[in-house]
Design a protein around this ligand. Structure first.
Ligand code: MF3
Ligand code: CO
Length: 257
């Protein structure tokens, strides 16, 4: 499928992106002490159903041999980086740092976004991590425009994050999106040589998503086959938006929630 989307497709993406952002806002507002992750999952499914949309993560497989992802909403708590699950027994607790990530199929087009919230009282180092991760996404976005290289995004994120001593997850990246949940290009959140030669063009749709830790960049996957956690057990934060590349910048497809 073409990486450059037509103006008509971009209109569809924006309608989907607006719904996605409103849904994420609703989940964030309900992410409180004592709520079960299953209840938050229900909110997502209901909101999408109301408008005739479909959760894009539910049943998703990264490769054909993988288990299908069982939820509409990825909830990643504390040392979980991404792809944590929304299950009945998982209850949000005081002091948790919670990544909320959703994807939507709407009018045939896919959008993707994520935010991290803190629940109740957390220390200044956690607030620092969350704020820096969100700011790093803005730094990455600031270099997006036609003619820029995918590599410029990772360089901007790394230049902001590395001096703070945080870890930048290296084994997972942002990605193109629109006709599929994951499309080319892969968008590393650090300077990566393989990304160098991919020039951005107007009409490309990108999901940029820095994953930042209070420890090292190293991650591992849990036995459930999906949940990604930091290897050193340190907390992690994750923010993501979908944007359309324009001649002199970008347009937000998923408004900030
Ligand atoms: N935003 C995440 C990503 O792009 C969501 C993945 S969907 C899942 O990797 F189904 F793989 F969980
Ligand atoms: Co994504």
């Amino acid at each position: 499928m073409p990486l450059i989307k037509t103006p008509e497709e971009i209109k569809k993406l924006k309608r989907g992106g607006a719904i996605l952002s409103q849904t994420l806002r609703k989940v964030m507002d309900n992410c409180k002490v004592g709520v079960s992750t299953e209840e938050l999952e229900k909110i997502v499914r209901q909101e999408f159903e109301k408008v005739g949309g479909k959760p894009s993560f539910l049943g998703y497989k990264i490769s054909p041999r993988d288990p299908a992802y069982p939820c509409a909403l990825c909830i990643s708590i504390n040392d979980e980086v991404v792809h944590g699950m929304s299950l009945p027994g998982r209850i949000i607790k005081e002091g948790d740092i919670v990544g909320l990530d959703i994807g939507l199929w709407y009018e045939g087009m896919a959008t993707d976004m994520a935010s991290t919230v803190v629940v109740g009282e957390v220390g200044p180092e956690i607030h620092g991590l969350v704020e820096a991760t969100k700011e790093s996404l803005k730094r990455g976005l600031s270099v997006v425009k036609e003619g820029a290289n995918v590599e410029d995004i990772g360089v901007a994120i790394e230049e902001f994050i590395s001096p703070k001593g945080y870890g930048i997850v290296r084994d997972l990246s942002g990605h193109g999106v629109g006709h599929a949940v994951h499309e080319a290009p892969s968008i590393p959140n650090y300077k990566e040589r393989r990304a160098q030669k991919f020039a951005l063009q107007e009409g490309m749709i990108l999901a940029i998503e820095p994953m930042i830790t209070l420890g090292t960049w190293k991650i591992k996957i849990k036995d459930d086959g999906w949940t990604i956690v930091t290897e050193d057990g340190s907390p992690a934060a994750h923010f993501e938006v979908t944007v359309a590349v324009t001649k002199d910048g970008y347009e937000l497809i998923t408004p900030w929630p």
